[in-house]
Ligand binder design. Structure first.
Ligand code: 5AD
Ligand code: SF4
Length: 522
């Protein structure tokens, strides 16, 4: 840390014990940075797996009293904001929350950078190329800031949880006014105010996760499908993954809060929800007073009048029989399961600390298929983990076929600072990794195309999301098994579930025609 950064850090007010105590009973919106001191041991902490592993079982409080402070409720009137989102659905959903907060502060959304008064980059740290994209964008935004010094440029999301990133921005990209972490989203009103009136950069990154805040406003993207967080953080510590450090320890939302949110979405006409968490199968493991897991939650949600319920992302280790039993009942619980395997080699899985073997994964797949014979399985795979041998890679290829995954997100391993795998010597040349990715992708494409072909001439239920991006005369939506379908149909079908007869199967999507009379007339 250099002197300039020490000065920046001093902007996070330090507190004494008396202040800390007095903050405990205040409503959330009256709290200052000082009241949250317990969460930031220091700002500039590199991700540290040993420390993270030792994180304790401190009690997580749930707050229901988020409010925008009086003096910030109109601060954005006549002004506009733009948020660029990188990475996973969790980030997309965080963006919806930040949009909700800014809207309550009087700001309006825009997608034109020239018209924006605040631009936030909600970043992803999972692989190096995600980070490079963000640094590219930070560079592109500089001329805007030079033209309009009142523009507030902010960086948030997983990248800002990393010391090296914060340092690099402070040193090399001084046009960035505001940096805040994934645990600081509810502090946005205060941070925007500080950025408006402060001459120096505002940095607030809590290295330690905070409480759960329930009543944050949201501006959802679309009126048909919605994301619902069920838990935050991850305690699995896969050796390649930065997420347990950027998102903190596992904290589950209370079932009643989730159920109420889903009921509310159903009442507002939403047709599909996706339950979100880094490892949704660990849902409820942190409850001390009740025994209530993902299976129990899904069972409750199956009673709500909403046509489709999905969940992501699953960890094979925690995928239990109770969940399989509940999913097998069907109804609104869809039998498309995204089950990241990462590798087909037990030895690589051990080095990844995945806590399952090729055999136990296949056993889980057998159980799922037995209970749900039509289940669709998709996965995530990493190729080129340090020292992966040709034989070990071949095991991934054979597993891909053996399970019959209908599609897969595939990645070349990317070393992440602070993770155990990044410290390993790696003897696999990048050219070899690229070759393996290419071969794997060929297989993924083949299996996807085959699964698509099986839909030819069949009629599927499609939740219609809107017009196709390529052709406004064509509508687009997804089947229960998450296949994209493009078809000709009336605008009145948007937001409804309609029958579509498939006429053509492509590698990644289906074309079809709507079966008449499936849009109910009101
Ligand atoms: N390098 C490459 N891929 C990664 N993933 C997570 N960390 C890394 C990494 N360091 C992949 C995993 C995970 C998905 C979201 O991203 O496959 O399931
Ligand atoms: Fe990362 Fe997922 Fe592993 Fe958690 S379970 S450490 S999010 S890959």
């Amino acid at each position: 840390m250099d002197e300039k950064q020490r000065i920046e850090q001093a902007q996070i007010k330090q507190v004494n014990a008396a202040d800390r105590k007095s903050g405990q009973d205040k409503p959330l919106h009256e709290k200052t940075s000082a009241d949250f001191a317990k969460y930031f041991e220091t700002t500039y902490q590199p991700p540290n797996i040993n420390k993270a592993r030792k994180r304790g079982r401190e009690k997580i409080d749930v707050h229901y009293d988020f409010d925008i402070p009086e003096d910030m409720r109109t601060i954005g009137e006549g002004k506009k904001f733009l948020i660029r989102t990188y990475g996973c659905q969790m980030n997309e959903h965080d963006t919806e929350v930040m949009a909700g907060i800014l809207t309550e502060m009087g700001y309006e959304a825009t997608d034109d950078t020239n018209k924006a008064d605040i631009i936030l980059l909600n970043t992803c740290a999972i692989r190096e190329n995600a980070e490079n994209k963000v640094f590219g964008e930070i560079g592109h935004l500089k001329p805007l800031k030079l033209e309009n010094p009142d523009l507030i440029l902010g960086v948030c999301g997983c990248m800002s949880q990393q010391e090296s990133v914060v340092n690099r921005i402070l040193k090399k990209h001084q046009h960035i006014d505001l940096i805040f972490g994934t645990h600081n989203i509810h502090r946005l009103p205060h941070l925007v105010k500080e950025a408006m009136f402060s001459k120096a950069n505002v940095v607030e990154v809590w290295s330690k996760e905070g409480d759960i805040i329930e009543n944050l406003p949201k501006v959802r993207h679309g009126k048909v499908k919605a994301w619902v967080n069920i838990m935050y953080g991850c305690d699995k510590f896969c050796t390649y993954c930065i997420v347990p450090m950027t998102r903190g320890k596992e904290r589950s939302r209370r079932p009643e809060d989730i159920i109420q949110e889903v009921r509310h979405l159903a009442a507002n006409g939403y047709k599909e929800i996706t339950l979100l968490g880094q490892n949704v199968n660990a849902y409820g493991k942190d409850f001390e007073d009740i025994s209530f897991g993902l299976g129990d939650l899904m069972d409750e949600l199956s009673k709500i009048d909403i046509p489709r319920v999905r969940f992501t992302t699953s960890h094979p280790r925690d995928f239990d029989d109770r969940l399989i039993d509940v999913l097998a009942k069907g109804g609104n619980l869809l039998d498309h399961i995204h089950l990241p395997v990462q590798s087909g080699s037990s030895e690589i899985l051990r080095k990844m600390n995945r806590k399952y073997t090729r055999e136990s994964y296949l056993e889980l797949v057998r159980k799922i298929k037995k209970a749900m014979p039509n289940a669709t399985l998709t996965t995530d795979i990493i190729v080129g983990f340090p020292n992966e041998t040709e034989e070990q890679f071949e095991e991934t290829m054979t597993l891909m076929e053996e399970v019959g995954f209908e599609s897969a997100y595939t990645f070349i391993y990317s070393p992440r600072e602070g993770t155990p795998a990044a410290a390993r010597k790696d003897d696999v040349p990048m050219e070899v990794k690229k070759q393996r990715l290419y071969r794997l992708n060929e297989l993924v494409n083949k299996q996807s195309a085959e699964s698509m072909k099986s839909y030819k001439d069949k009629t599927v239920k499609v939740l219609v999301e809107g017009e196709s991006k390529k052709d406004p005369n064509v509508l687009a939506g997804y089947t229960e098994r998450n296949k994209l379908v493009n078809f000709k149909g009336p605008e009145s079908a948007i937001g409804k579930i309609v029958d579509v007869k498939i006429t053509e199967a492509k590698t990644w999507s289906l074309d079809g025609v709507m079966v008449e009379n499936t849009v109910e007339v009101k």
